[in-house]
Design a protein around this ligand. Structure first.
Ligand SMILES: Nc1ncnc2c1ncn2[C@@H]1O[C@H](COP(=O)(O)OP(=O)(O)OP(=O)(O)O)[C@@H](O)[C@H]1O
Ligand SMILES: [Mg+2]
Length: 453
């Protein structure tokens, strides 16, 4: 078969393709990221293949009930939308050492225990290293096989021979195809490898998990195209210094993407955290100014977390503002609203906002908590013990209603909170929840009147 060889340059950061070398990538603006890669276009016999497949009216396509397989880890099942779908291709991304291999090995253990044939392919670790991790996790069944290899051809052969139902590839950046003349981990290799696995997944109905490394910006290394090619993208994240880990669905062709799963890293592997709110609120200071508990929805699950702020006079020309876990722009905007609409002179104040526990929250419903934390810190006032709040703040200083108010209030009551500050417009159709006082707030001007001391 005639093979046409071409040389192209790829941006190793975003996958941008160019016929000549460039200093700066026009797509992602990264400098010095272009690397020459030779791609061999083998003119495969696609014409012959196309003849077998025909177009069908949609009404004639049989709807196949996607049977889902439980992974035995409830938190993971929730993020997947109820379990694994046969023949799907999943990408699990995360920082180095966050616990991707541990999570997937635990999935292997559960699946194998239920009689599913699983093949774990590692290009990074030796069999002994995987065994060491397995010994930490527990007893394994013979249904799980290990294979240490990086060559795509050999892996394809092994999968065809072993006929597993679930395959784990750890990691996609170590795989290489002989047809592509560039180093493993480069854009064209990653693309080639993903393509190969996609064909195996769709063609043979094998569920494949791909592990992907992330760059310092926090996206899966190599090309963004990787995310387009797979069915589900999960990110495993967490604070290096805290023991909990969060699994977040970023893309899911078979379920919602709003769900998160919370885990704790232990000696014996990852343990599910069933009540993350309790976990997040541990060690919270009592009667401290600038600290308030907020309720944020992560998918269908309410999570309570502590929002802290420290506001002090600035000695700098441009006040310093930093955030951990919250969006800096949002905090700047809220401070401007508080200044203009409620008359607090925050313009020359430094502000540090922190979501305790290292959780990253982007839901607008935590606006009110951030505003209360800033105001109480600035005025050195304290919120009554057992108060929780949620609400979105608009540019006119109005507190706007948020969705799922009832679930949030119930979660707060369940955890022993006695007072809930929420948007006045949400109060109207809220049923009475026992043990919790409901306080409606309409504007940021009313924040101070709700403080006790
Ligand atoms: N004995 C232990 N007790 C508690 N935690 C441990 C123990 N051994 C390892 N860990 C945790 O497991 C993590 C490593 O997990 P794992 O190898 O699954 O990560 P990974 O995401 O696959 O990393 P990589 O990107 O290098 O493949 C360590 O960072 C550490 O937090
Ligand atoms: Mg690993």
């Amino acid at each position: 078969m005639a093979k046409a060889k071409t040389t192209v340059f790829f941006c190793q950061n975003c996958g941008y393709e160019s016929s000549k070398w460039m200093g700066q990538c026009p797509a992602c603006k990264e400098w010095n990221s272009f690397v020459e890669e030779r791609i061999t276009k083998s003119s495969k016999d696609t014409k012959a293949r196309i003849r077998d497949t025909v177009a069908l009216p949609i009404t004639e396509v049989k709807s196949e009930e996607h049977r889902r397989k439980s992974t035995g880890i409830k938190e993971l099942d929730r993020v997947l939308g109820g379990g694994l779908v046969n023949g799907s291709l999943l990408l699990v991304g995360g920082d180095p050492g966050i616990g991707k291999s541990t999570l997937l090995l635990q999935v292997c253990k559960n699946l194998a225990a239920n009689g599913t044939k699983v093949l774990y392919i590692s290009g990074e670790e030796s069999m002994q290293q995987i065994k060491m991790r397995a010994d930490r996790i527990g007893e394994f069944s013979t249904k799980l096989s290990l294979f240490c290899e990086t060559s795509l051809t050999l892996i394809e052969e092994t999968i065809a021979h072993e006929k597993p139902e679930v395959v784990i590839i750890d990691s996609i950046q170590t795989m290489y195809g002989e047809e592509v003349n560039s180093a493993p981990g480069s854009v064209s290799q990653v693309r080639e490898a993903t393509n190969t696995f996609m064909q195996i997944a769709k063609g043979q109905g094998v569920t494949i998990f791909l592990v992907g490394h992330v760059t310092k910006e926090g996206v899966v290394a190599g090309p963004r195209v990787l995310e387009h090619m797979v069915d589900t993208v999960l990110y495993f994240e967490g604070d290096r210094h805290a023991s909990y880990r969060i699994l977040r669905g970023v893309k899911n062709r078979f379920g919602s993407t709003n769900e998160i799963g919370v885990f704790e890293m232990r000696q014996e592997g990852l343990r599910e955290v069933e009540n993350p709110s309790e976990f997040m609120l541990e060690g919270r200071p009592k009667d401290a100014s600038g600290s308030v508990v907020a309720c944020s929805m992560e998918g269908t699950r309410p999570i309570l977390l502590e929002v802290q702020a420290l506001v002090c006079q600035s000695n700098l020309g441009i006040p310093r503002r930093t955030t951990v876990g919250a969006e800096l722009n949002r905090v700047n905007q809220l401070m401007a609203v508080l200044e203009k609409r409620a008359g607090f002179h925050l313009g020359n104040c430094d502000a540090y906002v922190n979501i305790a526990g290292g959780m990253r929250m982007v839901e607008p419903a935590i606006d009110l908590a951030i505003a209360i934390a800033i105001v109480t810190s600035y005025k050195d006032r304290v919120m009554q013990e057992g108060t929780i709040c949620f609400g979105e703040i608009g540019l006119s200083g109005e507190v706007r209603s948020v969705t799922m108010a009832e679930q949030r209030v119930r979660e707060a009551a369940k955890l022993g909170f006695t007072r809930c500050i929420l948007p006045a417009s949400n109060c109207k159709n809220l049923p009475v929840v026992e043990g919790i006082e409901i306080v409606g707030i309409a504007s940021v001007r009313d924040i101070l009147s709700l403080c006790t001391k």
